[in-house]
Design a protein around this ligand. Structure first.
Ligand code: HEC
Length: 162
């Protein structure tokens, strides 16, 4: 009788162990994060990137992106300075960071694409104008001029890629 009791207890503990293992396996998450990322674009209609490629070398690419990131910083700085009524500094930033400096002109010409170069030069000329308008300390006119300059950012990004 005593032997039977131990045998039943032994069977019960084996069953319990097997169940515990099974339920542990079930709780393992089935979809790791990486799959969720891929799923996000499923069924989405993302158009092809048909922009003109500038066929840049790796070093040119890094230089261009570095330059672009500083353009973004310049735009943010100008907006902040307009809000703070510091038009003189805003004008200087527009001229030195976005205007037609020798460095910018050389940069635009270095990509070997005439249409891109012209667009770039017109963009820098718009920043020269922005720099002049900022000197008038008129917030409305300044924002209008900044908007014109930013339309060049949009236009170029819509048409060209690295
Ligand atoms: C004459 C063309 C041109 C103009 C004007 C231009 N960009 Fe760009 N920009 C590019 C190209 C080309 C790229 C690379 C895009 C790609 O390959 O997808 C780029 C990329 C960028 C990037 C991405 C940087 C990174 O590190 O990935 C930022 C930010 C950017 N531009 C900001 C600006 C801002 C802000 C302006 C205007 C104040 C501006 N750009 C004006 C051509 C231009």
């Amino acid at each position: 009788m005593k032997h039977h009791y131990f045998f039943v207890l032994f069977l019960l503990s084996i069953t319990w162990l097997a169940c515990a293992q099974k339920s542990e396996q079930k709780e393992t998450p089935e979809s790791p994060k990486i799959e969720q990322k891929a799923d996000l674009h499923e069924g989405m209609d993302i158009p092809e990137d048909n922009r003109i490629s500038l066929d840049l070398l790796p070093k040119q690419k890094r230089h261009q992106l570095q330059n672009m990131r500083s353009h973004l910083v310049a735009v943010q700085t100008i907006v902040e300075l307009i809000a703070k009524n510091d038009f003189d500094l805003a004008s200087k930033v527009a001229h030195s960071q976005l205007g037609s400096t020798t460095e910018m002109k050389l940069m635009c010409a270095s990509f070997g694409n005439k249409d891109f170069e012209d667009l770039g030069l017109n963009f820098h000329a718009s920043a020269d104008h922005l720099s002049e308008v900022l000197k008038t300390k008129d917030p409305k006119k300044s924002l209008e001029a900044l908007s014109v300059t930013m339309n060049y950012c949009i236009n170029c990004h819509a048409n060209y890629r690295q």
